[in-house]
Design a protein around this ligand. Structure first.
Ligand code: DGL
Length: 268
């Protein structure tokens, strides 16, 4: 048994979709969430910069006495996990493997699409993990960089989102994909628009649920579970204005964000 909190990281607000799942599946765990809102997006940055930013974020979370860390950010999971596992002596759970497993479970024709930031797609992290699980898979990876600002602007259900999705996703239709990994924390709010473009026969895979399940399994296996069945609390930290995060985040979580603080991350 270990009552210390779990750290949850994202480059911003999108990781709250993963946090929500963790809260549902592990309601007795205390959590510390850090969103690197001052330095989002990670998705267009080089591997070196993503590693630097992510390591600083982990160092901050470690000051809060966390027992494990869930990397809710796809880009950091894709580009910095291996290095982080070497650098930090703490269980680190990313979104790539759980998302890949969910996609393999969902596909019937073994033609799988993956969408994400440029960093995530160009790293081939999802593609190679899926291929390990299902060697016969045909995988089509498409970076969709404009989806992040569209969601940040709250435009996920507008014509702009629909036209952009059509432009990015047409290729997936041509390849006849039957399952699509939403490989970026910002994409779940676009699921209705994406589904409209691809049609109902394509299963959209959100790695959040599987990631929370994987985190639970790791904590149980390592005997790190808190032992409480309810009453876990979450403290939030961000590197930019907490007010915007509080407002938008509250909507995503469907609960009020009360404890939130801005932190200086640059010097860690
Ligand atoms: N959190 C990032 C991801 O899941 C999306 C936003 C960004 O580019 O930082 O890849």
């Amino acid at each position: 048994m270990d009552k210390k909190p779990i750290g949850v990281f994202d480059s911003g607000i999108g990781g709250l979709t993963v946090l929500k799942e963790i809260m549902e599946q592990l309601p007795g765990e205390d959590i510390v969430y850090f969103g690197d809102t001052a330095r989002i997006p990670y998705g267009t940055r080089s591997k070196e910069v993503v590693i630097k930013y992510f390591f600083q974020s982990v160092r901050f979370l470690l000051t809060k006495g966390i027992k494990a860390i869930v990397v809710a950010c796809n880009t950091a999971s894709a580009l910095a996990m291996e290095e982080a596992q070497k650098e930090f002596d703490i269980p680190i759970i990313g979104v790539i493997e759980p998302g890949a497993k969910a996609a393999v479970a969902a596909t019937k024709n073994s033609i799988i699409g993956v969408i994400g930031t440029e960093g995530t797609i160009n790293s081939n992290a999802y593609q190679s993990t899926i291929r390990k699980l299902l060697p016969s898979a045909e995988i089509i990876g498409i970076p969709c960089p404009l989806f992040v600002p569209i969601v940040e602007e709250g435009w996920e259900s507008t014509d702009v989102a629909y036209i952009t999705a059509k432009k990015y996703l047409l290729e997936l239709k041509e390849h006849n994909v039957d399952s699509l990994v939403l490989g970026c924390t910002h994409y779940p709010p676009l699921r209705y628009t994406i589904q409209k473009v691809l049609g109902d026969n394509v299963t959209l895979v959100n790695p959040a649920y599987e990631t929370a399940k994987a985190a639970k399994r790791v904590l149980q296996d390592m005997n790190l579970i808190s032992g409480r069945l309810e009453g876990g609390k979450c403290d939030y930290f961000v590197s930019d204005d907490p007010e915007k995060f509080k407002r938008i985040g509250g909507n995503i979580l469907r609960r009020q964000i009360t404890s939130i603080e801005k932190v200086e991350i640059e010097n860690l």
